[in-house]
Ligand binder design. Structure first.
Ligand SMILES: Nc1ncnc2c1ncn2[C@@H]1O[C@H](COP(=O)(O)OP(=O)(O)OP(=O)(O)O)[C@@H](O)[C@H]1O
Ligand SMILES: [Mg+2]
Length: 335
């Protein structure tokens, strides 16, 4: 950002006061926040990061989201920190009145964004495996927990900001697949098994010195862990359209992530979870070109067509293995 410090929003100053963290000396907005105001602020003890949920997302389509998701993001961070130490920035506080949370500020030089690494061709399968290890640890620690489920009554928010804009909207764009998308939504809603992050995307994962750090849990929901797995794998497929030369490396990341994830699944039959993830994956793939939130780096119509050629047959005749989705994706790249 810049030379001069910016004026910290009054709600963030008030929120820090309510959390007992004191008055900020100065602050700077961080880039990337589509759904929140996110600031680095200097307190007496050093920098912290403050995030405040906005009622309307900064995206092209009109997209409203209730601000109480900030509360569930803070709750998710606490549960995740206990389940997978080091997997989240330390939570310093949350203030209901202003919809703010404060967390440890992680230095960008030591915490590059995984998305930027992938874009630049750094496809590290060991890192993808570590993402899976931490994600599945969070799912395993929260599986079949009535207490955790009761802390995340976010079915409505999850429908409004995940299931409908991705799956519902894509079903509306592809009328012949509408019933399939409705079935995917119903199956996902019916499998309330573990604490879901809801936005496990490389743009929300930092590559820290001690492993992956997950950010941005505003979609937290007690529901189907297959959603998180499929959501993340989808990004590893799509990255081949961003950096074609690294296609094979992205495929190795995909395989490592899936393998490590399933090694940690003990709360249900891994094959059952895999079938749900394999069913969701083509839906999420198509969603990122024809849903409400298309990825910004798929810009050529021929690339959108490639995604449709892979995803549509797999929606009409759903696979039960993730390897079948990867194989269909590879066939298009080798064609
Ligand atoms: N604790 C932190 N320390 C340092 N930087 C952070 C921290 N939390 C977030 N950031 C930076 O701010 C960016 C946006 O954070 P986050 O994803 O939580 O916000 P968001 O508004 O939900 O963003 P988006 O909608 O674009 O995903 C991150 O990509 C990261 O660069
Ligand atoms: Mg984010």
């Amino acid at each position: 950002m810049g030379e001069a410090a910016r004026v910290i929003p009054a709600e963030i100053v008030a929120g820090l006061g309510h959390m007992g963290l004191g008055r900020p000396l100065h602050g700077e907005p961080l880039t990337g926040g589509v759904s929140s105001d996110i600031w680095r602020v200097e307190l007496d003890g050093g920098p912290v990061c403050v995030k405040r949920a906005l009622p309307k997302l900064r995206v092209a389509a009109d997209w409203q989201a209730p601000v109480e998701r900030n509360r569930y993001e803070a709750r998710w961070m606490q549960v995740a920190a206990a389940a997978a130490p080091g997997a989240v920035p330390a939570l310093l506080g949350q203030d209901e009145a202003t919809g703010c949370l404060a967390m440890a500020y992680l230095l960008p030089a030591e915490h590059p964004l995984w998305k930027a690494q992938l874009r630049d061709g750094l496809a590290d399968a060991d890192f993808a495996a570590a993402v899976a290890d931490r994600l599945v640890a969070i799912h395993a620690a929260t599986a079949n927990s009535a207490a955790v489920a009761a802390d995340f009554p976010t079915d409505r928010i999850f429908f409004d900001i995940r299931l409908d804009p991705y799956l519902g909207a894509t079903g509306r764009a592809h009328g012949d697949l509408a019933a399939r998308f409705q079935a995917l939504i119903a199956t996902t809603q019916a499998n309330k098994r573990a604490l879901v992050h809801g936005d496990v995307s490389p743009k929300n994962i930092l590559a820290g010195p001690r492993g992956p750090v997950f950010l941005d849990a505003e979609c937290a929901w007690y529901g189907d862990p297959a959603f998180d797995l499929a959501f993340c794998l989808n990004h590893l497929l799509l990255k081949s359209l961003w950096n074609r030369a690294v296609h094979a490396g992205f495929q190795r990341c995909f395989a490592a992530l899936a393998q490590h994830y399933f090694a940690g699944v003990a709360w249900e039959l891994p094959a059952a979870l895999e079938a749900r993830a394999a069913g969701l994956l083509p839906g999420l793939l198509l969603a990122r070109v024809d849903g409400k939130s298309p990825v910004e780096y798929v810009t050529r119509e021929e690339d959108r067509e490639l995604v449709r050629r892979v995803a549509r047959p797999l929606l009409l005749d759903p696979p039960v293995r993730l390897a079948a989705v990867a194989a269909a994706w590879n066939r298009e790249f080798d064609a």
